[in-house]
Design a protein around this ligand. Sequence first.
Ligand SMILES: Nc1ncnc2c1ncn2[C@@H]1O[C@H](COP(=O)(O)OP(=O)(O)OP(=O)(O)O)[C@@H](O)[C@H]1O
Ligand SMILES: [Mg+2]
Length: 348
Amino acid sequence: MSSAYSLSRKEGWRRFVQTPPRTRPETLAPDALARLGGDARADYDEARHDWHANFGTIATPQLTAVRDELELIVASNRQDPDRVRGSAVIDGQPGLGKTTIANLFGRDFDRTTRHRHGPLTDAGDERIPVFRVGLTSHTTLRTLNKMICEFYGHPGAVRGSAAQLASYALDCVLTCDTRVGIIDDVHFIDQKSKDGLAVSNHLKWLANELPVTFIYAGVGLAERRFFEEGLSGPSVALAQTARRWTRLGVGPFTSGKDWLALIKAVEKQLVLARGRPGQLTCLSGYLFVRTGGHIGSLMTLVTRGCFKAIKTGGEQLSRELLDTVRIDEASERARVRLQAATGARAAS
Ligand SMILES: Nc1ncnc2c1ncn2[C@@H]1O[C@H](COP(=O)(O)OP(=O)(O)OP(=O)(O)O)[C@@H](O)[C@H]1O
Ligand SMILES: [Mg+2]
């Protein structure tokens, strides 16, 4: 089993960036599986559980569209280093893959930059092309700056006033030649509170001061008028920065060919002894009803389903098995509503 690490620390982030993709365990036929005894069987099952929970990212239309936009925003910022840079905001409902998209983009950018320019900056410091922090509830000016310092492992991160920490953060970014900053879960900023407003204005200040393209991700930002509120700040200069936020929406799937393509791609990754081609695609309608087209819920359902299929020895995914797997409350409630709406025909 792999050890735990955090993407909010440079060591964890580096590990995420540098780890090569996992390799898929071989799919054994039922009789070969039966011959595996004791520890060998336990190891094999463990490897499969691990695989089903982490088999990597699928290039969904949502992912490729947002990635292309991010590429454009970051690349054009590189050409105009002295101007105010645009920022990107990945916005959507929970569990649609916002964090996945931001991290994946960050990883590619990090790899390419270090590959092209080397592991050290011109001044000989460690090059850290991307920093990433995830906000939590009650983020204040001080905790935001502290999080950035902690990502870099700055020794001053433990103590220090908000202003001191801000200056350390600036130092880190400049010393390590960081070019992209990912700030996840910005919906935790409550712009109606004093602390929240200060954080939001500080983000704009950072975007102004740092030679960094910011990528924010958060839930339901457009509905909460996150951008509009940002425009009505006390300073015109800040308002100007806010205008440079580009919103990149991430939506759920609709039950069309994209959904089917996703299910097909997931099916290809399954390592079950009795799995047969089409075991999942023939359930695509059912899976849509269960998950409402939310990729996060789908992945949870499939991962837990595979776990059960291995544990019980059934070694395949079926409607009956998936019916016994519970997922997030939102999907379960949506399922009841959808079943009612469709006269319970599609899913009963
Ligand atoms: N393109 C993808 N391929 C494979 N799995 C994905 C993909 N996108 C998302 N997932 C899976 O869906 C789950 C939710 O994704 P993620 O955490 O990125 O969503 P989110 O929009 O950031 O959610 P939240 O709003 O809760 O932060 C994760 O477990 C992730 O592994
Ligand atoms: Mg997220």
